[in-house]
Ligand binder design. Structure first.
Ligand code: CU
Length: 186
């Protein structure tokens, strides 16, 4: 039940400051509409959008095969609220397909890469949505949503040597803050 019906002429044409805000919004819409495809084609940090459907079980099998054939050692990772864990270090062939799993609440395995070489990084989740976030030098802003059921392929070229921590920037449950991993660049 309505309280009082509005008068028939309640809707006025935009005027004054309203016109200005509508105009500004429109200009911003146009700027973003151009910027998005521009950065997709020209941006060095944008995903190509390459992705394939994969079951978590199949992806896990592929990663295990990758780990078994290129494993060179083990490293102990420490966490803010959890006991340290030993994680295999994998040194793939330069330029090859490399794999990373995000799952509650670990990144697996530790990748050892060569500087200046492009790799095809396959990343997927085995359970929830996770956020792959590589920490490191100032200005390194690598963030990517990792979804279960999808094999996301990212072409990455390490530009700096060192050890880079991976965190999860998508809240994924109890031990989210302990979801840490590592990429080593030589
Ligand atoms: Cu998380």
């Amino acid at each position: 039940m309505s309280i009082t019906a509005p008068p028939d002429d309640w809707c006025e044409a935009p005027h004054g400051a309203e016109k200005m805000w509508i105009g500004l919004s429109l200009v911003w819409c146009i700027v973003l509409s151009i910027a998005m495809p521009y950065w997709h084609l020209k941006g060095k940090q944008t995903s190509s959008g390459e992705a394939y459907k994969v079951s978590p079980g199949d992806f896990n099998t592929r990663v295990e095969k990758f780990v078994q054939s290129h494993r060179t050692g083990v490293v102990e990772l420490t966490f803010p609220n959890r006991a340290p864990e030993k994680v295999p270090v994998v040194e793939p062939d330069p330029g090859s397909d490399i794999y990373l799993i995000g799952r509650a609440w670990r990144w697996y395995p530790v990748l050892k890469l060569k500087k200046g070489v492009e790799y095809r990084l396959h990343v997927s989740s085995l359970d929830f949505q996770h956020g792959l976030s590589v920490q490191g030098e100032k200005g390194l802003n690598m963030n990517f949503h990792v979804l279960p059921g999808y094999d996301h392929v990212l072409r990455i070229t390490p530009t700096t040597t060192g050890e880079f921590e991976i965190i999860c920037n998508e809240f994924c449950g109890g031990e989210h803050a302990d979801m840490r991993g590592k990429i080593i660049v030589e």
